[in-house]
Write a protein that binds this ligand. Structure first.
Ligand code: ARG
Length: 475
């Protein structure tokens, strides 16, 4: 059913209708469209623009549609252009022409922006919940390996020994920033476009601030032209999703490396691995690879929407219809990837013995020698030089640092007394790192305790937000 046509003598050509038609992808906005229709209906009624009996007829029809859409009893058909026209058809099929009264003071332009915001808010909260689950599995894994020494890397080269729990825990903080970004986005997105009409507002004396409150928004658009044309919330959501994707891809890459036979640290559970169709022995970390690979399309969706928005003039333009598929795709993709990564993290075990054996390799204790000299008041530059000489000596003698003799050490620097052996251990090096955020056991325990309490607080806040959103949807 077309929502326009009065001034046209011909129906749209098939190619025009095919290109125009968005109902195949925007149908998922139906529950949000119906809920915002209820809010619009209430304001039409309270403004005296709809008689009581008409309003209650429309209300019951909307409520019936809400139930029928939920169970798939009412669906879009071939002739429907978009979700809005399909639902107006549903209304008029139920109550006749009077269903068309709901369109007063409202345009698909403010309607679609409102629906998409509600959809995005709902799903960004769902994504937050999944991120919290991932953080919990990372925190549990980090605690499990909170006493396991491993080599730490920079430039993919052994750098300094660390606790493996510290390595795993770093990801919790990246996702904490993503959660924070979503909260920040929620605040900025809490502006209702409904009431902006086609773009210039409504002459019917409707109250956008009332529909905004009804729909759980903090305010209504301060400029109706901006109201219908603002898609910052889509672009920003796509950025946040891309950032989450990038964080997931970094986990994916680490898991792939740790699962190689060269490293042999990670044993990915069978349930989170896949096999090869030709090589029977293969067990591949495909979830990690998909986490890494899917981030590409998330970035693609973001750049696609930004390119579509760039240079868009004035108020609503049909280009804006292109905002939905990338947003839906990014949300769906993340909702697929997050639980798989969470499960993979939770079920992977790591080889403590291998990590411990690798920890001192590559002269990773050289910094301890430099720090030892600094504690004896040697300027760091000279200390660094002396530690470097010890490494060069080791390379020449084909030994590790702790295998140098007392004479070797004093030969390099007079202050490298046999006391040096105390710090030349993986355990000693790790334990000496006691500052906030460092890898030492006590610092790591404190880090994990505070991360866990942040997770709890974020969970509580999110669950309140989700309950009030679903209460609003169910009103
Ligand atoms: N399907 C359209 C969209 O997604 C709805 C708005 C159409 N507005 C219009 N003036 N043609 O943007």
């Amino acid at each position: 059913m077309a929502l326009w046509g009065g001034r046209f003598s011909d129906a749209p050509a098939d190619a025009v209708f095919a290109l125009s038609r968005s109902v195949d992808f925007d149908w998922r906005l139906a529950p949000y469209d119906l809920r915002s229709s209820l809010a619009h209906l209430r304001v039409l009624k309270s403004s005296g623009l709809l008689k009581e009996d008409v309003a209650s007829q429309i209300e019951s029809a909307i409520r019936e549609l809400i139930d029928e859409v939920a169970i798939g009893k009412f669906v879009a058909i071939e002739d429907d252009e978009d979700v809005h026209s399909a639902l107006e058809r549903g209304l008029t099929e139920k109550i006749g022409d009077v269903g068309g009264a709901l369109r007063a003071g409202r345009s698909r332009n403010d309607q679609v922006a409102t629906d998409l915001k509600l959809f995005a808010i709902d799903h960004m909260m769902e994504i937050s919940q999944m991120i919290l689950e991932l953080q919990k599995s990372l925190a549990a894994k980090a605690a499990e390996y909170g006493d396991a020494p491993a080599p730490g890397f920079t430039h993919m080269q052994h750098a300094q020994p660390i606790l493996f729990g510290h390595e795993l825990a770093k990801h919790i903080h990246a996702f904490a920033r993503d959660l924070d970004r979503i909260q920040d986005w929620l605040k900025r997105t809490s502006v209702s476009p409904l009431g902006s009409g086609a773009f210039a507002g409504s002459g019917l004396g409707l109250k956008p601030e009332v529909t905004a409150k009804d729909l759980g928004f903090a305010s209504s658009s301060a400029n109706s032209i901006d109201g219908v044309s603002d898609r910052d919330f889509v672009a920003e959501a796509l950025f946040i999703i891309s950032m989450v994707g990038v964080h997931l891809s970094r986990i994916g890459e680490e898991w792939c490396i740790w699962a190689t036979s060269e490293f042999g640290w990670a044993k990915v559970a069978d349930a989170y691995s896949t096999g090869s169709s030709i090589m029977p022995q293969k067990k591949n970390p495909d979830m990690a690879e998909l986490a890494r690979g899917k981030s590409g399309r998330l970035i693609g969706n973001l750049t696609g929407v930004l390119a579509m928005l760039k240079g868009l003039p004035f108020a609503y333009n049909r280009d804006l219809q292109e905002d939905k598929e990338p947003l839906f795709d990014s949300i769906d993709t993340l909702i697929l990837v997050l639980p798989a990564v969470t499960g993979m993290v939770a079920t992977t075990t790591f080889d403590r013995a291998k990590m411990l054996a690798a920890a001192p390799q590559g002269f990773s204790l050289a910094t301890e020698i430099a720090d030892f000299l600094v504690r004896a008041n040697v300027p760091f530059a000279s200390a660094h030089e002396a530690a470097g000489k010890c490494v060069a000596l080791c390379e020449a003698k084909k030994v590790e640092l702790h295998e140098l003799s007392d004479q070797d050490f004093v030969g390099v620097h007079p202050q490298l007394t046999p006391e040096i052996r105390k710090v030349l251990t993986v355990e000693g090096a790790i334990a000496s790192r006691t500052t906030v955020g460092a890898t030492g056991g006590t610092a790591l325990a404190a880090q994990l305790a505070s991360a866990n309490s942040d997770i709890k607080a974020a969970e509580k806040k999110l669950s309140d937000q989700m309950s009030s959103f679903s209460a609003m949807m169910g009103e």
